[in-house]
Design a protein around this ligand. Structure first.
Ligand code: ACO
Length: 445
């Protein structure tokens, strides 16, 4: 059996429904056509190089399926997003972030007993090791909280050395999962407290996940903290809406790093760094900064759109457009509605919300955006809610990371448990110099 036969046997999950014929160098090569559970088709090229000597080239992976996954289904043309088959709209309406985390990670909704046990385990791991507090001392006060978050998650590997992911599966992995889910809000809230010079607030395990996070963010030792359950609920829905989004940049990072059998903590730390970029999760911070700039300079929405359309200095309408959604982002619809509810409830009137709505209205009528199928994405309105709740702009992407954590865990776990596990190692088309002799320093011009 040659190597490619072996890998075909290992990847038993692939269902071939036919073949595609490729003509190359006067020869015909048959490639299997595989199909997913929602009918999406792919040409399986895993044996292409062996059979033809060619690789495929796909800049930005616009057409490349990197794995088979049963976690999230996304149809960008029809604006559909489902976690483990359940529409995002139903989860936002009826589930909680913790329950949805279980669903993503373990593949099905928990029963009552399982949900209680899972919630208790996550809650019991909210505290950080006391020595981790010293670790915050080393960062400058104005450090970006995403940098602190990525470093702190990576640091977890130093506190739980026999941890993680190399021990794939079973109770050891579960413990690692509870630790990550339990501690990430604490790590995040501590970054905020450090940045404003306030004492850290210990977690309160009598509160639910989101309420506990809000308390750690905003309580001070000098006065009682009054929690608004409506706000906690709205934030919980926001986290849930961010929980997974199939093979995006940070999920692919978690898989890529994890494919070297790096631990879950190390892989999630890398995913946090990937999320930070302004074209990915960092867009929520950029949206608010853009809206603020429009307000401060009294720019009319149509003038701002003109600047974007002219691609002045690469300007983009942040919070608009998506690699996969070419209709609308179903999460943005829910968040836009939640925006009005939260602001009304808190009695907050935010001029940036009005500007955002004007921009959206103008863009959706503008041929530039319509022809390119650019619609508001998850980041366009989420920042308005974070602002109303009092979360500083620099923490917006951290909120995204807290929300995305169960998705990263689920992607990492699925990959590591797959019988067709393989280290990720793309190829390239080399475009550099052909063989060139070394020139000694003294002979160089
Ligand atoms: N504003 C203005 N023009 C845009 C925008 C935008 N937000 N997004 C895409 N375009 C234009 C591009 O300039 C390009 O135009 P052209 O055909 O004249 O060259 C065309 O639309 C296609 O854009 P690409 O960059 O090729 O699309 P791609 O799928 O690679 O990029 C991305 C998707 C990165 C999300 C892009 O739409 C973008 O930069 N949006 C703004 C940043 C943002 O909101 N990111 C968050 C995405 S959601 C998430 O990751 C959580």
């Amino acid at each position: 059996m040659n190597d490619s036969d072996k890998s075909a046997v290992k990847d038993a999950s692939k269902k071939s429904v036919g073949t595609v014929v490729l003509k190359l160098d006067g020869k015909e090569i048959e490639l299997p056509l595989i199909v997913g559970s929602e009918g999406e088709r792919a040409i399986d090229i895993s044996e292409l190089r062996t059979k033809t000597g060619c690789i495929t080239y796909d800049n930005g992976y616009m057409n490349t399926g990197s794995c088979q996954s049963a976690i999230t289904f996304l149809d960008g043309e029809r604006g559909i997003l489902r976690y483990r088959g359940i529409p995002i709209e139903q989860l936002a309406e009826q589930s909680t972030f913790v329950e949805t985390s279980y669903l993503l990670i373990y593949g099905r909704l928990p029963n009552k007993k399982e949900l209680e046990a899972f919630t208790t385990r996550v809650t019991r791991h909210t505290m950080l090791h006391e020595d981790m507090k010293n670790f915050y001392e080393g960062f400058p006060r104005d450090a970006h909280p995403m940098a602190t978050l990525a470093s702190a998650v990576s640091t977890l590997s130093t506190f739980y050395q026999n941890e993680p992911g190399r021990a794939v599966g079973g109770k050891e992995l579960d413990l690692c999962i509870y630790r990550l889910l339990g501690k990430l809000p604490t790590i995040a809230a501590y970054s905020h407290k450090k940045s404003i010079g306030h004492p850290f607030v210990y977690p309160d395990n009598s509160l639910d996940y989101t309420a506990n996070f809000l308390r750690m963010m905003f309580a001070v030792p000098t006065e009682p903290y009054e929690l608004d359950p409506g706000v906690a609920k709205a934030l919980d829905v926001l986290l849930l809406l961010h929980s997974d989004h199939e093979q995006n940049c940070s999920a692919s990072t978690v898989r890529m790093v994890g494919s070297g059998r790096a631990s879950l903590f190390a892989s999630v730390s890398a995913a946090i760094s990937a999320l930070w970029g302004p074209l990915h999760g960092g867009a929520n911070q950029e949206v608010i900064e853009m809206l603020q700039e429009i307000k401060d300079n009294g720019i009319a929405p149509k003038d701002y759109l003109a600047k974007v359309k002219n691609k002045e200095q690469g300007a983009r309408l942040m919070g608009f457009g998506h690699r996969v959604y070419k209709n609308f982002d179903p999460r943005a619809k829910i968040i836009k509605k939640a925006c009005d509810t939260v602001l009304n409830k808190l009695g907050v009137s935010d001029p940036l919300l009005d500007i955002a709505k004007q921009i959206e209205e103008a863009a959706l009528k503008d041929d530039y955006f319509v022809s390119r199928k650019l619609y508001p994405n998850v980041d366009f309105y989420s920042g308005i809610i974070y602002r109303a709740v009092g979360i500083p702009t620099s923490m917006f992407t951290v909120m995204f990371a807290i929300g995305r954590l169960p998705g990263w865990i689920a992607q990492w776990k699925e990959m590591n448990e797959s019988p067709s596990f393989k280290i990720c190692r793309p190829r390239q088309i080399y475009t550099g110099q052909s063989e060139t002799p070394y020139v000694p320093l003294g002979k160089r011009r």
